[in-house]
Design a protein around this ligand. Structure first.
Ligand code: VG1
Ligand code: CO
Length: 580
């Protein structure tokens, strides 16, 4: 093939958000749009990281992925990349990409140096929905802000990009290596099995035989919903073929370019089928739900964990995994190096860290902030309230890992009663945890696709309010006289303890005397307008008060949050789009 230099002009708004660049497909398919971003990324990485590199290119299989893979491959070939690795059919979950970057070694000894992940994660897909792309580094984690800022800068000045002429489209449906000859020498494309490397890693972490025993036990039942995302292919292989779960326990596990028209976000609103199966639907009654259910998002890094007629909040989930990991998961048997959560995530993990005397970190939203801690050996388990949980086995959150972690805990707690009799259930484990550590009532309100100007004004209003706590408390007492007082309010700022980098404006916090918190932030993953996220949390230590309905328990604080922020006044919305 030959190298062609194509002239181009910058597009506005190619700034990577919380997790890469996400836009409507119609934006991405504009001539040169994807190409500009890819070239800007190669330029930001620099020759050191690109010349001779081995690059993984795959994703969640959403609409436009197949075209994007061909374009990126042709650009990699001309930018000096030596090898491109592609999961069969272009499919690799985000955690599987991270595992491949860290673990996979080709027969000739080559290892990956980075990855383009093609996904818009939990956003819908299809010709009228979202596409996305992000770059991960040689540690398997998302590019740090230093790089993403550089990429953005490059997109604003780009004049041309390089693409191969005469390089045929690669057949990504069959595994195997194809070699091509270019002006710079050989260029290989290796299409490989999507699950093998990821599975091998998971097998080295968990006790598969004990999980298999649990799954085949007559008094246990299991259900997994991939919402037509990429996790479906891994789930089939891992849960059914390796661990012996029944094929019928998999729901929506065939990946689709448009996720079957659904919203591939594993929460109680969007994972409707699973929610109904687990006996949690308000309109449908299920006589005999499974003991355990879980769902994934489009790219398989998120998870929702459910018990029979029981919802586990993600903030509780990471705390419970951390509290039980050493006993239940072989990978952690030597102890935990530390634990971490994102700022808006509830403080359930903080309490566990304190009890177990573990190093603890609070970082801004987005997985990249955990990666530095993990690289420095300071953190083993971390999580976000947004259904993201994971560990230092890779550098992304990992939906299937979280399910295996829960199955491990269940297997451990039930090791003596799998023959029959009463199981320790998901609900038992959570209630026991609350009894020991106290309960963090928690909810998140999302206002999606709000006018961007209005959202900014609301945030500015909240920042201004903070200058006088007396004033804030006066307003709050006027709304609800019996909530506790705000003792601290700020805009969250994070100084990375490893590299000293500072991230500002990471959300507005109101911290109350009794441990309650209100947090407001703007989403960085949307593709249209602005999304305001409001996080509400209240801590209850009194064991006689830990069994309440969470929306009911939080109602006074919710009212305070809405009135204090003048939510309806600024946004015109009387209710959130989604409550989780
Ligand atoms: C959201 C979540 C955040 C998560 C991010 C990427 O970001 O809140 O916790 O890390 O999505 O997840 P934001 O900026 O919209 O609040 V994924 O599964 O979409 O890559
Ligand atoms: Co995701």
């Amino acid at each position: 093939f030959k190298i062609t230099r194509v002239e181009t002009t910058p597009f506005e708004g190619q700034k990577p958000g919380t997790s890469g660049l996400r836009k409507k497909v119609k934006v991405f398919v504009q001539p040169h749009y994807l190409q500009n971003f890819v070239q800007a990324t190669f330029n930001a990485l620099g020759a050191d990281r690109v010349k001779g590199a081995t690059l993984v290119v795959s994703g969640d299989g959403r609409y436009y992925s197949k075209d994007a893979i061909q374009i990126i491959t042709k650009m990699a070939a001309t930018n000096g990349v030596r090898r491109v690795w592609i999961g069969q059919n272009g499919l690799l979950s985000t955690p599987a990409v991270s595992a491949v970057v860290r673990e996979r070694v080709e027969a000739n000894g080559s290892k990956a140096t980075g990855a383009f992940i093609l996904t818009a994660s939990h956003n819908p897909g299809g010709p009228h929905e979202d596409f996305g792309i992000k770059y991960n580094m040689e540690n398997g984690g998302p590019a740090p802000e230093g790089i993403t800022n550089k990429i953005y800068e490059n997109t604003t000045t780009i004049k041309d990009y390089l693409i191969a002429e005469g390089l045929p489209d690669v057949d990504i449906s069959t595994t195997g290596v194809s070699s091509f000859e270019g002006p710079g020498g050989k260029f290989d494309v290796d299409v490989f099995d999507s699950t093998s490397d990821y599975l091998k890693l998971l097998k080295s972490i968990f006790d598969f035989p004990s999980i298999q025993k649990l799954l085949s036990s007559p008094n246990f039942s299991f259900c997994y919903d991939a919402l037509h995302g990429v996790a479906g292919i891994h789930a089939k292989r891992i849960f059914v073929e390796e661990l012996g779960a029944n094929e019928s326990s998999l729901v929506n596990c065939v990946p689709k370019e448009d996720f079957g028209g659904g919203h591939p976000d594993p929460n109680l609103t969007y994972a409707k089928e699973l929610v109904a199966r687990m006996g949690l639907s308000k309109t449908h009654s299920e006589p005999n739900p499974p003991e355990f259910g879980a769902a994934a998002d489009g790219d398989g890094d998120r998870n929702m964990v459910l018990g029979k007629r029981f919802f586990v909040t993600p903030s509780d989930s990471v705390a419970i995994i951390a509290a039980n990991a050493v006993e239940a998961i072989p990978y952690f048997s030597g102890g935990l190096k530390g634990v971490a959560r994102s700022m808006p995530t509830s403080a359930a993990l903080d309490v566990v860290a304190k009890h177990l005397n573990l190093k603890f970190f609070e970082v801004p939203t987005g997985w990249k902030f955990f990666c530095n801690l993990m690289d420095a050996g300071m953190c083993s388990i971390c999580g976000e309230e947004s259904f993201g949980t994971g560990s230092d086995h890779i550098r992304e959150k990992d939906g299937i890992w979280a399910v295996l972690a829960w199955l491990s805990i269940l297997a451990y707690k039930n090791k003596d009663n799998l023959g029959g009799g009463n199981l320790v259930t998901v609900e038992d484990i959570v209630r026991q945890h609350w009894a020991t550590y106290g309960r963090h009532y928690y909810t998140r309100y999302d206002y999606e696709n709000v006018d961007a100007g209005a959202a900014k004004e609301l945030m500015t209003h909240l920042v201004k309010l903070q200058s006088s706590l007396d004033e804030v408390n006066k307003i709050i007492k006027g709304i609800q006289s019996d909530v506790s007082s705000v003792v601290h309010a700020d805009e969250f700022e994070y100084k990375d303890p490893v590299d000293g980098s500072v991230s500002k404006h990471q959300g507005i916090r109101y911290l109350f005397e009794d441990g309650s918190r209100l947090v407001f932030r703007l989403s960085g993953t949307g593709s249209e307008g602005a999304t305001i996220r409001l996080y509400i949390e209240q801590y209850e230590k009194d064991s006689s008060k830990i069994g309440r309905d969470s929306q009911e328990a939080l109602a006074p604080l919710v009212e305070v949050a809405l009135k204090l922020s003048k939510m309806q006044e600024y946004t015109g919305r009387s209710a959130p789009t989604v409550i989780t």
